[in-house]
Every structure is written in C-alpha cells, then in structure tokens.
Design a protein around this ligand. Sequence first.
Ligand SMILES: [Zn+2]
Length: 166
Amino acid sequence: MGIVDAKMKAKTHVLRHFIDLIGFAHIEPCNTSNRPRLHGHNASVTLSLRFSNDEVDWESVQDLVSKAKLIVKSFDHVVLLPEHLVSLHSSHVNMFVGEKRYSFPKQDVLLLKTNSARIDDISRALLGRLREAILVSENSPFDFTIILEVSLRFGLSSTQSLRIQG
Ligand SMILES: [Zn+2]
C-alpha cells in the first residue's frame, strides 16, 4: 500500500492529437429510426500515437499529423456511401434503398470500400487511407501504434488501431 514498484513504471507513452471536426451525411438506420434514411452527424477525429520507447521522431510525427488532417478533411461535408451499393453515372451517384432512389452529384460523395457507412466503417476507412499515405510515401524508421478515434456528439465512438514497424 502506497509503495510504487519501480519496475511498474510505464515505458510507453502516448501523444494524443485532436485532428479536426467533420460533418457528414450517410444513409443508415439512426437512433430515431430503424430504417435507413439520409441524415447527418458531426464527429471529432483524434489521433493518438503510442510509442514503446522515448525516441520520438518529431519530423515524422508532424508529417503524419499533416497527412491525417488532409485525409480527415476529405471526409468533411460529403455524403459517405458504400461503393458496392451505388451505381455510378457520368455526373452523379445513385443509391437505391428499398423503394427510394437517392441521387447525388459525384463531387458531393465519398465512396467507402466497406459494407456500410456506419461509424466503425468510417474510422476503418480513415485509418486505411492514412496507412496507404504512410506506406506509399515513406519507410517508417520507428515502431509505434496509431490509434484513431471518431466520436459522435452524443458519446458514441469508434476506435481503430494499427501498428507501424520500421
Ligand atoms: Zn447516422
């Protein structure tokens, strides 16, 4: 009691960085209806980096945060739709939901390679794009875990993580 074992001192540390707020629309069941319908949400996106030692490459962290900001921005003010449920036309995107046909201008839509466009799909898609951006542009020299959290206003959140090893 009251004695701290020196061996228990944590060696990992976490950098937590708020990335941005996004506002998006999707066609999913929501808390006021069990049927899919078009509606919107505001969400905050936070990125945490968990390092297993004290060596932090600040340049790479800044680069990662900059990339995350751009990717998160692309999810703002768009309609998020699962790619496999839409039909693509020259200037618009159609999606049938039961008897309803939704049609959106292409530039207002962001297609997700997921089964639906729920909060878990959105966090997965964000982390997937961040992963592509990292792997394409650099060979990471260090070992850390990226934790990406998308939180809706009423407290629902989704967290995805990815370990990056040099
Ligand atoms: Zn919703």
